[in-house]
Design a protein around this ligand. Structure first.
Ligand code: BJW
Ligand code: ZN
Length: 245
């Protein structure tokens, strides 16, 4: 594996680093990426994730969307962090201890595997698949929803309970988005790992970092055509991150 010295210097010399992760980081844990899921076989392959993961999709057919999330939770529940999650968590811990670098982790993933690997803090831009809240009143839904096949009713207002993820057509959580913008704005190195960079506003963070003079490195086995990337490192996150950090 040959990695340019320039890239290594870039990582070593950065004072403030912003890492943006996407579904590709969890691929080696056995979780299908969002855009690969379409080509999958089985139960849900006839559905379009883009339709299911949308507010319109839920309003049209809440039962089907709820069951899709129940199925995904079931598939994801025993999945473990892979060397990519662990390398990020260790880098974060090390730099927190020695104070040399500030490493901010922003994820689009809803699977909670960064936290499971020990990363702290983690900014979740698209929510978390393990939490639920009421569509009508916003109250957090406590209590287990495991194996509940019908959309549960909110204990406060009788509204429909939904997974606390961000669907197409919905705004990102304000606090998380503020943290992400601020980390991207002030970093001198932006690392985009395992994301197709197609979904906004997350995909715009690299350009924001670049506009303030940051270098942008992308790690992906299928490099994107993003014009803001300075260095493309082609390969799997679980192999590359432990080497790079
Ligand atoms: C590996 C690997 C390995 C494989 N190692 N890599 C134009 C401009 C701006 C916005 C829009 C626009 N047109 C439309 C919009 C709106 C829309 C949008 O961006 N649409 C695009 C599709 C065009 N955005 C929104 O609707 C957002 N909200 C919004 O804009 O609100 C406006 C608003 C403001 C105020 C009030 C109201 C509204 C919300 C977006 C929410 C996204 N949600 C989802 C679902 C989450 C829940 C769930 O999981 O079910 O988030 S969609 C899905 O995509 C999920 C992901 O987080 C997200 C990003 O996907 P990601 O992570 O990049 O995954 P993939 O599969 O695309 O890519 C994986 C990559 O990994 C690939 O490149 C592989 O090669 C690579 N890989 N193995 C490293 N081993
Ligand atoms: Zn309610």
């Amino acid at each position: 594996m040959h990695i340019e010295q320039e890239v290594i210097d870039c990582i070593q010399n950065a004072r403030r680093v912003c890492i943006l992760t996407g579904a590709g980081v969890s691929a080696e844990s056995g979780i299908a990426t969002f855009r690969d899921a379409k080509e999958g076989k089985g139960l849900w392959s006839q559905y379009d994730p883009q339709q299911l993961a949308s507010i319109d999709g839920f309003l049209k057919d809440p039962q089907t969307v709820w069951q899709w999330y129940q199925w995904r939770r079931d598939v994801n529940k025993d999945k473990q962090p892979n060397p990519a999650h662990l390398a990020i968590a260790q880098w974060q811990k090390r730099t927190q201890q020695n104070g040399n670098q500030l490493v901010s982790l922003i994820t689009q993933n809803v699977d909670g595997l960064h936290q499971k690997a020990g990363s702290n803090p983690v900014t979740e831009l698209h929510g978390n698949i393990w939490r639920n809240h009421c569509l009508q009143c916003g109250q957090t839904h406590h209590g287990s929803v495991e194996r509940i096949e019908q959309v549960p009713e909110c204990q406060h207002c009788g509204g429909q309970v939904r997974p606390s993820v961000v669907w197409f057509g919905e705004a990102l959580p304000e606090q998380a988005w503020r943290e992400a913008e601020s980390a991207a704005y002030s970093c001198d190195l932006f690392l985009s790992v395992g994301t197709s960079s197609q979904v906004y506003p997350a995909a715009g963070l690299a350009a924001l970092a670049k506009s303030q003079g940051a270098k942008v490195i992308e790690i992906n086995p299928e490099p994107t055509s993003s014009p803001v990337v300075d260095y493309q490192i082609e390969g799997k996150a679980g192999i590359l991150l432990p080497i790079l950090f």
